[in-house]
Design a protein around this ligand. Sequence first.
Ligand code: PEP
Ligand code: MN
Length: 337
Amino acid sequence: MLVVMKKGATEENIQAAVNSIEKRGYEARPIPGGDRVSIGILHNKGSVDAAHFMGLEGVKEVIAVTKPYKLVSREIKPEKTVIKVGNAVFGDGTLPVISGPCAVESQEQVIEIARAVKAAGAQVFRGGAFKPRTSPYSFQGHGVKGLEFLAKAREETGLPFATEVMDIENFPAVEEHADIVQIGTRNMQNFSLLKRAGKSFRPIILKRGMSATLQEWLMAAEYIMEEGNPNVILCERGVRTFVRHSRNTLDLSVIPAAKKETHLPLIVDPSHAAGVRDQVIPLALASAAIGADGVMIEVHHKPEEAMSDGAQSLYPDQFADLMKKMTAIHALAGQGS
Ligand code: PEP
Ligand code: MN
């Protein structure tokens, strides 16, 4: 249920509506909008009688929310959420690009790649310090030391950075250093981690689980928002299918479908979908055309020596060329809402 206030409703009107909702044992969540405030009614078991709130001063209408997710839905907040991080703006119709290596390997490596992607026009750097690897024998990341390398690269280049958090234990260190905290595909339904992310003061990139439906993905985002963090960026990164010609299948169709359902920014990571660099380039161009609110692309200055995901990492000059083409395509076809 959503209580929509009139344009001219006063603070007192809003507070009175909140009190009325809470008096009945529900949680009231005011959601500021473009020109009016709405109040979401959460934690109701069963239906809520709209008549309780219809007569209150300043209330325009009371509408039923038909979706299982509430805070993430367009029903509750029709206008797009806009999230600013440094010079990147997610959700305003521009195409911010997050780029960098899969894993943080050394101080020199991150500084070198950060400089290259910045020169090509990326607004946010990326690199994993805590790596979720399929094999326990693969490089697991430098941990907190890696976060420090990333912070130093930010100092050198001015680029904010996104990095993955794998568990609650390391959440404080990751959110202290990072500008954006990423939850990876393998943790999309790690509900205790989602709840912790909901208490974070940082924006969260929530990658789609590799076998998650749109509804499951949005419900995962709902966990974060429900705990109080409104800054969630959804990231499509490919889902697992029967095909063998790519690592995963980039589900671009989820972008227009999700846009109808949610006001949250939606970005695309073609690198983890493709798994090989030759496919990353056309898929990135398609992402720029489809109205995504951003793109994430892995780049490495020496991909053949990379400790993780070398095969899908673009060379810096390939990335620079791709950036020019993505900008042109986005200007022509990509600006969604
Ligand atoms: C990553 O971005 O480095 C990563 C591990 O991605 P995903 O969770 O999509 O596999
Ligand atoms: Mn990777």
